[in-house]
Design a protein around this ligand. Structure first.
Ligand SMILES: Cc1cc2nc3c(=O)[nH]c(=O)nc-3n(C[C@H](O)[C@H](O)[C@H](O)COP(=O)(O)OP(=O)(O)OC[C@H]3O[C@@H](n4cnc5c(N)ncnc54)[C@H](O)[C@@H]3O)c2cc1C
Length: 421
């Protein structure tokens, strides 16, 4: 056994899936090397400091109910800050708030008074909550898929509620505006929201991979090191160097450096997140803002400074997420978003800080699964795949994929079945 433990294992990609794979390998006595093209860990989960503000690379949240996140993250050390379970809806410069009054009593009166969602639909939202709390994740992912939109219509929600609440809320999560994403993902995400909270670490989403990396003690990292091809056991880097491996985990979309009959082309959904500094906030509480106008570029907004934070700058920080397709270059996009902030949300005097244009934000998949299928992750005898693109676009899926890839590699080396952690 000792000789197995000294085998050379390379993991390509220091995103969430690669970091979890490294952790599992370490737990079993291995010392892998992670090769990462950029200068830091995190992949799609990073935070920059710009003018004293922590800017996440795209607005994203951790859902505290994610089973894999509960297993691998220390929430207390992340100093998680929690969103209110609801949303503030903007439509044609009018504003109203709805939310789960059972979990936050302060949301009761605004929810009752809101006319953006009909009374009968407010009860249906509660009913759906109840149903999904009781439905197991296994049952959710074995259900026949429809689109999310078809699911909502079948459940009996009115077009008004779908337009004012579900479309902007879930467009911000699925990063597509037609709600064509699988009903399985809708049920899963809705269940996660209903059984836990949306949260961000006090110092930004990038604290999540930082914590995962800090937990590693036997793993080596090669940053600023780009892989250009992988062939059997040989990895070629962009500087022409080659590395020999016993086992390779590709923890990113493999299409750029491998041609294999087993690898599938992945389609990606994109979005932009723009950050603005403002003097005051139109939404005082930590709740997401949705723009319900059908043709607006802005999908959702959030005042990051409405949560306790570690920014050193003193004004308000507003993030704006754009999901709808457009052809605008950055300066025109900023102009259009600034105009919409004023006309649709009543937000004026904003100072643009930075925009993140994320071309490959979430994978597009049919036959969505909770975790990858074992038979789909083996590309070759010694090459195993990890990454959210193998099952569904979420932190939970990225973690599960890293876990399964490491388990597969260990089983290959030790020639025996090991249980998942
Ligand atoms: C804007 C946005 C919003 C999101 N919102 C949420 C949310 O609210 N909740 C949620 O759960 N999830 C959300 N997600 C999804 C979540 O961030 C991803 O599912 C997860 O981070 C994917 O991790 P990964 O390890 O699979 O891939 P990645 O994070 O893509 O990691 C791949 C790594 O491989 C590296 N790499 C690529 N090519 C090479 C190469 N040739 N050589 C060396 N290294 C290479 C990359 O630099 C990267 O570090 C969001 C994502 C985005 C972008």
């Amino acid at each position: 056994m000792a000789s197995e433990k000294s085998k050379t294992i390379h993991i390509i990609g220091a995103g969430i899936s690669g970091l979890i794979a490294a952790q599992i390998l370490e737990n079993h006595g291995y010392a892998p090397t992670v090769i990462e093209a950029t200068d830091s860990e995190g992949g799609r989960v990073k935070t920059d400091t710009v003018h004293g503000y922590n800017l996440d690379h795209g607005f994203q949240v951790l859902l505290t109910s994610y089973p894999a996140a509960q297993k691998y993250l220390n929430y207390k050390d992340l100093d998680l800050q929690y969103f209110l379970p609801g949303a503030t809806i903007f439509k044609n410069n009018s504003i109203s708030t709805i939310g789960d009054a059972f979990r936050n009593f302060g949301l009761l009166i605004p929810t009752i008074l809101s006319t953006k969602v009909s009374v009968s639909d407010k009860f249906k939202i509660l009913k759906l909550n109840r149903i999904l709390k009781q439905k197991s994740i296994e049952d959710i992912f074995s259900e026949k898929e429809t689109t999310t939109l078809q699911y909502l219509e079948k459940f009996g929600f009115s077009q008004k509620t779908i337009q004012n609440f579900f479309i902007p809320f879930f467009s911000g999560i699925f990063l597509e505006t037609k709600l064509s994403t699988s009903s399985r993902m809708f049920e899963f995400v809705y269940k996660m929201f209903g059984t836990g909270y949306a949260a961000i670490p006090k110092a930004g989403i990038g604290e999540i991979p930082k914590q995962l990396k800090n937990n590693l003690s036997a793993t080596s990292f090669l940053f600023n090191t780009k892989v250009t091809s992988v062939d059997n056991k040989t990895i070629t880097l962009s500087n022409g160097e080659t590395l020999e491996s016993d086992e390779i985990i590709i923890a990113t979309d493999p299409a750029k450096f491998i041609t294999s009959k087993n690898s599938k082309k992945i389609a990606w959904k994109s979005c932009q997140t723009l950050y603005f500094e403002t003097n005051k906030s139109v939404i005082k509480k930590p709740i997401i803002g949705l723009v319900a106008n059908e043709d607006s570029l802005i999908n959702n907004i959030f005042y990051s400074t409405s949560l306790p934070n570690t920014h050193t700058a003193k004004k308000q920080l507003l993030s704006v997420t754009v999901v709808r397709n457009h052809n605008l270059h950055e300066s025109l996009l900023v102009k259009q978003v600034t105009k919409e902030l004023e006309t649709l949300c009543g937000i004026t005097n904003v100072n643009f800080l930075k925009a993140y244009d994320i071309a490959k934000a979430l994978p597009e998949r049919e036959n969505l699964s909770y975790a990858p299928f074992s038979e789909e992750i083996k590309l070759d005898n010694h090459i195993t795949l990890a990454g959210d693109y193998l099952c569904n676009g979420s932190l939970n899926a990225a973690m599960l994929s890293g876990e399964l890839a490491a388990k597969t590699v260990i089983e290959n080396l030790e020639n025996q079945t090991i249980p998942l952690e």
